[in-house]
Write a protein that binds this ligand. Structure first.
Ligand code: SF4
Length: 347
């Protein structure tokens, strides 16, 4: 696991009370309805952070990553880079600073291009450096990610899954970005290859001083790499804490159910069977009150009607009425400080 870096004064990337709502028409005869894919999420990434984001399919993780990459605009709230609104930055500037690594390395690589062309493409698209320097930059980057130079002229279908993901990583890093959004980067790989790619990502994090948002449905992967973890449920961050604390003593019943189901935490096990008693709710029709209440063994009457507030202690936070008495005073104190200083939530 990557340890916490010293916290810098300003986050390099930040979501401030961001929501993303889609209008969805489920049948020809129904009126369109709102699907709140991301609901009032505040997150901060400081330089050198490795923040893990965990949740089931459909919880809003991928929408959140698209918002952070500037591929989608929030319905409300703000995305900031170095304290400045992302909307004020150019595509080129964003691409230089934030790069994605996606889940399926085969789908994300052009099958008609050679490895050399694929890695050099971002440099040409954004007119970075001289074309005559491309070969040097590409071979340097291949070396850094463990690809032999003899693969320069290979096509994606001549590579293994792990090699393809190394190409995708080299393509992201050739721009020398500060931040990488890793969206399930190991879930399409064999178990044995997953740990190699994770170790590579951790080495590159230290070597290049990178900041990662590491999105995964796989708790064991997140435990392996992240210094902090945010758990997402139906578009909201329901718990966010240091990785060691969350894995040792989860506060939210949903986090606890996920962890209890991991009997042998091994990379590649994926999200476990949870014994949660009900299936994941339809995001178009979320339950009232605490959205987790139909699946929660601790649900009280108020949980059916009132949504719990975000309770904070330091940079830890949880949304659950079970912790209301314990942390209400601290929450109010932090809220008072925040309104004075006008600073957003910290994850
Ligand atoms: Fe369970 Fe209530 Fe906490 Fe929601 S608020 S997680 S229903 S105890």
């Amino acid at each position: 696991m990557v340890t916490d870096p010293p916290t810098t004064a300003h986050p390099v990337l930040e979501l401030r009370a961001v929501s993303k709502v889609y209008r969805v028409q489920t049948t020809m005869f129904n009126r369109p309805r709102d699907l709140r894919a991301v609901d009032d999420v505040s997150l901060q990434l400081h330089r050198g952070d490795v923040l893990g984001l965990v949740g089931e399919s459909g919880c809003g993780k991928s929408t959140l990553s698209r918002l952070l990459l500037g591929l989608e605009a929030p319905t409300s709230g703000e995305v900031l880079i170095d304290g400045k609104p992302m909307t004020g930055t150019s595509i080129r500037d964003r691409a230089r600073r934030i790069q994605p690594i996606f889940q399926d390395p085969y789908a994300s690589l052009n099958p008609r291009k050679t490895v050399a062309d694929i890695i050099a493409l971002p440099l040409r698209v954004h007119s970075i450096g001289e074309r005559s320097d491309d070969a040097k930059r590409v071979t340097e980057m291949m070396d850094r990610v463990g690809l032999p130079a003899r693969m320069l002229l290979n096509y994606p279908n001549q590579l293994s899954g792990g090699q393809r993901q190394r190409v995708a990583i080299a393509r992201a890093l050739v721009m020398r970005p500060e931040i990488i959004i890793c969206d399930e980067p190991t879930s399409a790989l064999d178990v044995s290859v997953q740990s190699q790619i994770l170790n590579l990502l951790m080495d590159l994090h230290d070597e290049f001083g990178l900041t990662y948002l590491f999105i995964s449905h796989d708790l064991s992967v997140v435990q392996h790499i992240a210094s902090r973890v945010a758990v997402m449920y139906l578009g909201r961050i329901i718990e966010a804490r240091k990785s060691t604390q969350l894995f040792a003593d989860p506060l939210h019943p949903y986090s606890k159910a996920l962890l209890d189901s991991v009997l042998t935490p091994e990379i590649g096990m994926g999200l476990p069977e949870t014994n949660l008693g009900a299936t994941f709710p339809n995001p178009i029709d979320p339950p009232p009150g605490c959205a987790f209440h139909p699946r929660c063994g601790h649900a009280m009457q108020r949980c059916h009607k009132e949504r719990p507030p975000t309770l904070r202690e330091g940079s830890d936070r949880v949304e659950c009425w079970l912790h209301d008495d314990l942390e209400a005073e601290q929450t109010r104190a932090v809220d008072a400080q925040r309104s004075t200083a006008a600073t957003p939530d910290t994850v």
